[in-house]
Design a protein around this ligand. Structure first.
Ligand SMILES: [Zn+2]
Length: 199
């Protein structure tokens, strides 16, 4: 399984199955599936759904392993403001925002572009923000075995904004810390760096 298998080619059988179900949903909500604007909608919706959940077929650990380098650098490495788009598993509606990741190398660093890819792999599934945070944290911790790793996610949830409590401006923040980030000074340094606009 290639870690980079992007879902540009769609499995015809699965796409057709999902398409049929979207067609039924559109009909059930009282729309006319045969009208011009909707004729191709079930197929588009099926492909969109399969694209947004392609993370199940990708291997985040392999992505990290493919770009690990021995290096003596042992200060904090921070990648902040990484765009993130996921689907909440309760309503299958989007939640989106930013992730901030830091690690303290322990003999190995990783190509910087791999961290956003790891985030995509876990985001493109049905998720809750808490587990997404944990998945990213554990993946980096397991593969890179750093002296410490930290993940903070700030996200807005469409299921809260468009329905239910309809809170338009609430942002949910989740965080996870391992190793040296469990020490309050290191954690605070990280939190200060991600909240500054120095970049
Ligand atoms: Zn939800």
């Amino acid at each position: 399984m290639s870690p980079y298998r992007n879902l540009e080619e769609y499995n015809i059988n699965i796409t057709n199955e999902v398409k049929e179900r979207f067609s039924k949903i559109i009909d059930e909500i009282g729309e006319d599936v045969t009208r011009e604007g909707l004729v191709k909608t079930p197929e588009r919706a099926a492909k969109a759904m399969l694209f947004l959940t392609q993370g199940y077929k990708q291997d985040a650990e392999e992505i990290l392993k493919s770009a690990m380098f021995a290096e003596e650098y042992d200060d904090m490495v921070i990648i902040k403001d990484i765009e993130l788009y996921s689907l909440c598993e309760h309503h299958m509606l989007p939640f989106f925002g930013k992730a901030h990741v830091a690690y303290i190398p322990n003999g190995h660093i990783v190509g910087l572009s791999k961290i956003p890819r790891v985030i995509d792999v876990f985001s493109r599934r049905l998720q809750v923000q808490e587990r997404l945070t944990h998945d990213i944290l554990e993946c980096i911790n397991t593969v890179l075995k750093p002296k410490g790793v930290a993940v903070v996610i700030e996200a807005a949830h469409m299921c809260m904004m468009m329905r239910g409590v309809q809170k338009q401006n609430s942002v949910t923040t989740t965080s996870g810390f391992r190793g040296q980030f469990e020490k309050i000074e290191t954690r605070n340094e990280f939190l200060k760096l991600i909240s500054s606009d120095l970049s």
